[in-house]
Design a protein around this ligand. Structure first.
Ligand code: GLN
Length: 187
């Protein structure tokens, strides 16, 4: 059984936990440094990245998560979680700065703060529902980063080795394919 941590400071924590348990994972809610022990993977959920950053500082989790990323622990960031992973955040400070992408926040305008589309993701599957909520997009990727999906010309899912990041919320649908893809990268 895979032991997957879900960063549980703020945001869409419960939905990730439910989907991971449905996929037969043991789930650890990560709220402090001790919770990071012996994980096979870590999910960083969506929410509000500036709030999460404050809490990462308060609970002294930033450096330990960076260290785990350097040792190769697979991590999956969704929406605000992607913003936390990114090396660069347009017009803002980076946070964990471990994934070789630049992201821009709130990329889809005020009128369309929230919408759902079906994505065809060649490596994962067809018609995968994707929920965007005040979503970021990936503005550019660095060397070695694979672009897995785009929507209207913007990159919305990319993989940097053991790090996977998407603009949207796969955990808010019943479609488990993206999470399964992440889990399949864990040996
Ligand atoms: N707009 C949020 C941020 O900048 C992300 C939104 C989300 O995670 N749904 O942190």
């Amino acid at each position: 059984m895979k032991r997957i941590g879900v960063l549980a400071l703020q945001g869409a924590v419960r939905e990730h936990v439910q989907m991971l348990e449905f996929l037969d994972c043991e789930v650890v809610l990560v709220k402090q440094q001790n919770d990071l022990q012996q994980l096979d993977g870590l999910v960083l959920p969506g929410g509000e990245s500036t709030t999460m950053r404050k809490l990462l500082n308060r609970y002294e989790l930033l450096e330990p998560i960076r260290t785990l990323a350097k040792t190769g622990l697979p991590m999956f960031g969704t929406c605000a979680g992607l913003i936390l992973l990114a090396n660069e955040v347009v017009d803002d400070e980076p946070h964990l700065a471990i994934m070789n992408v630049a992201v821009a926040r709130n990329s889809y305008g005020r009128q369309v703060d929230s919408f759902e589309v079906d994505l065809n993701i060649p490596k994962i599957g067809k018609s995968i529902p994707a929920v965007f909520i005040r979503a970021p997009h990936i503005e550019s990727v660095g060397d070695g980063v694979e672009i897995l999906a785009e929507h209207e010309g913007k990159i919305v899912l990319a993989q940097d080795g053991h790090l996977l990041g998407c603009s949207f919320h796969p955990e808010l649908t019943k479609d488990t394919r993206i999470l399964k893809y992440f889990l399949s990268s864990i040996v």
